[in-house]
Each structure stands twice: as C-alpha cells, then as structure tokens.
Design a protein around this ligand. Structure first.
Ligand code: BG6
Length: 330
C-alpha cells in the first residue's frame, strides 16, 4: 500500500479486519506527516521534514522510539528523536554541516518508487524522495542525486526503512550515511547490546582512535559515542527492565554507531531533556568507514528492519540466538 498527496486521507484507527492504512495529515505544529497504521494497532509516523520517522508504537500504544520532550519542530532543524537520516555525511566526517543536510530538508512523497515492488495490503508503506540539493547545499556538496526512502510498517509491527541513492550526475560522488535510530528504553543502565562484542570501533570521544571491544556485550555507565566497524547483519538491544528486545537487521550498512550523551552532554543539548539520556540509546546502522562511491547512473541500497520481541525473555536466561532466529521468520 502506498499513498500520494492526491489520495483521500484515511482517518482514524481501522477496525479489526481492515487493511493497513496510510494517511497524509498535519502534526500539531502544522508540519506534514504521514501516519502508517496496522489493524492490530501498530503505528508509525513519518515527517516530510527530514524524511524522518518520528514515532513507532506497538499495539498497546507504547512508544518504541524516543522523541525528546524538548524536541524542536521548526524546520530546518532536525527533530530530536525518531530516526533522522545522516546524508551525505555522518557527523563531521566531511565538508557539509554536521550529519549532512538530508535531515534538514523537506522531502516529497515519491509518486514513482519503481523498481521497488508494492508492499501489499497487509503492510502500510510510504515512499519519499529527496532530490538535488538546495542552492545553499550545492555550494558545499555539488552533486545531482535522488535519495528514495521507503518506510514500511509490517503485520508483525516491524518497522522497515529502505534507502536508495542514485547518482544523477555526470561525475562520480561519494557519501557516508546513517539511520540515527533513537530507541526508547526504560533505563539505560539496564540495557545491553549484543552483536558488537569483539569488534573494532572508532571512539568519537578519543579522536576516533581505533579500539577493540573487549566485553561479551555492551552495557552503559557513561557517555558512549562509537562507530563499530564491519558489524553483523543482526544486532540486539535488550531492555532488561521491560523484558523487551529490539532486533535490528540491516543490509548495505556495515557499520553501527552507538551513542548516548549521558548526563553532562544531555544538559548541553538545548533540545534534549536533562534526564532523558536514561531513556534512550541511539543505535545507527551506517556506512561510514568506507564511504559509498557511486558512478554516474549507479544506485546504492541500504536497509534496516526492526522488530520487538517480548515474551521469550520473561523467565530464564536471555537467549539472543532465539531472538535473532525469530526475526528470520518474518
Ligand atoms: O546533535 P546532533 O547533531 O544530532 O548529533 C548527535 C550525535 O549524533 C551521533 O550520531 C554522533 O555520533 C554524536 O557525536 C553526536 O553528538
């Protein structure tokens, strides 16, 4: 299912038995948003500003992504939370503004997402496009491109993002990219990440020096800002307190950034509550260490899919392999 600006919006939660729905509407700040709903109650919201997923909820209406209570909904500023997209540059690894310009621009609904197949009636999806940089962007990154983004809400409540970047220029260009995903967690000190152990990482807090992860899982006791390199296609974030696990599956995005500002940096961020660092972990599938190089006419594709797993952890020892295996059945 897809939506275009011309389609009549579907309003309200669909009754049981109805198909997934897509609605183009305005948020409380007057910004354009697309709402994806599944009959079982799963929900996702995408702002055209930034092409940014700004909410994802389970069937009980609980937020699975974090958005700051101090988030500023005034373009061109990116909204603090959800899934801002870093493109054509991650962080300050290049010449553009921090994290590139894509998160600060107005995206359009893509009327022609070919050749991606339609997602079918049981999935709600929206295709967005960001074309050609603004005049201001071109002064710094003067390349002609098309960035297509499909956001999909599946029948198991899973959230999928597929990014495609095509070089529309007559010369090659390169870029780095990240899905800056702010997961909602109950208490950061009760969270562990599995899938990054023994890997090398660049530590943004130590001049991007290269280290090797020593622990058998990643836990949090202070500020973390690392780019893990050549990561596996599946990573799990385990929220012990909520007995919930997020499983992230990714393709075309070999790196994974892990960021939590902790107390001091949280206080320095104007659009982030002082204590909110306790309730989020930013895990970002990314392509950073080896920038993507596209020749004229070439296209790059990167994908992340996230699902939440609840019950398997209610008793006994955590079994990440079981969680990871369950993801494959989707
Ligand atoms: O405040 P911004 O521009 O959204 O960046 C937030 C953080 O984004 C993370 O991706 C970076 O690794 C951090 O270094 C950075 O502080």
């Amino acid at each position: 299912m897809s939506a275009s600006a011309a389609e009549k919006p579907v309003v309200g939660k669909p009754a049981e038995g109805h198909k997934a729905s897509v609605e183009l509407t305005k948020d409380a700040h007057g910004l354009d948003v697309v709402i994806l709903r599944d009959p079982r109650g799963f929900f996702a919201q995408v702002h055209l500003h930034g092409g940014q997923v700004t909410a994802w909820k389970n069937e009980r209406g609980e937020d699975l992504l974090f958005t700051s209570s101090k988030a500023i909904f005034k373009p061109p500023k990116a909204i603090r939370g959800g899934i801002p997209i870093s493109f054509p540059q991650f962080s300050n690894f290049g010449v553009t503004e921090q994290h590139g310009f894509a998160r600060n621009r107005l995206w359009a609904i893509d009327p022609d997402p070919a050749p991606l197949p339609p997602t079918g009636d049981n999935k709600a999806s929206i295709d967005l496009i960001l074309k050609q940089s603004s005049n201001e962007d071109q002064k710094i990154w003067n390349h002609s491109f098309e960035f297509r983004l499909r956001v999909m809400l599946g029948p198991e409540g899973e959230l999928g993002l597929t990014a495609r970047v095509r070089n529309m220029d007559s010369k090659p260009f390169s870029f780095t990219v990240a899905f800056q995903t702010y997961f909602a967690v109950t208490d950061i000190s009760e969270v562990r990440i599995e899938g990054l152990e023994t890997l090398d990482y660049l530590d943004n807090l130590q001049n991007r020096e290269r280290f090797t992860e020593q622990g058998d899982a990643l836990t949090f006791e202070g500020e973390v800002d690392r780019v893990y390199l050549n990561t596996p296609t599946k990573i799990a974030i385990i929220d012990h307190e909520k007995k919930t696990t997020f499983v992230i599956k990714k393709d075309g995005l070999p790196d994974a950034v892990v960021w939590n500002p902790w107390e001091r940096k949280a206080k320095a961020l104007t659009d982030f509550g002082d204590d909110e660092y306790k309730h989020t972990i930013c895990l970002q599938p990314a392509a950073i260490e080896k920038p993507i190089i596209l020749k004229p006419g070439e296209e790059w594709k990167g994908r992340q899919k996230i699902i939440t797993v609840y019950s398997s952890y209610h008793s006994g020892r955590l079994d990440p392999m079981r969680v990871l295996a369950s993801f494959d059945s989707i």
